[in-house]
Ligand binder design. Structure first.
Ligand code: ZN
Length: 102
């Protein structure tokens, strides 16, 4: 006897849509006005107080992302994806990520 096709969507599709939404959200120009960046700045300042030294030994002045937020914007606010950084190391990260992403 014929069976109806399952109506639920596969879990991986739902997960992909969630990431696509997060990426679109991160690209929205209104993000700063919605307080997203203010929240990040506040969390980042607290993080740098607790982790004042870059991985190279220089004073940390910014938060770097272990996994580029261009690839995983959903990990932007996740301290598990953060590293204390100096301008020089951050520039190297950015350069390396650009090369990797083509
Ligand atoms: Zn450094």
């Amino acid at each position: 006897m014929p069976r109806a096709a399952p109506s639920h969507r596969p879990a991986f599709l739902a997960a992909m849509n969630r990431q696509a939404r997060a990426e679109a959200e991160a690209r929205r120009p209104g993000a700063r006005r919605r307080g997203y960046d203010t929240e990040f700045q506040r969390e980042a300042a607290a993080y740098l107080k607790a982790h004042p030294t870059c991985t190279c030994g220089r004073p940390a002045v910014l938060v770097r992302h272990k996994i580029s937020i261009r690839r995983r914007p959903d990990l932007r606010m996740d301290p598990a994806n953060w590293l204390p950084g100096c301008q020089s190391c951050n520039a190297k990260d950015t350069w390396r990520d650009r090369k990797k992403e083509g």
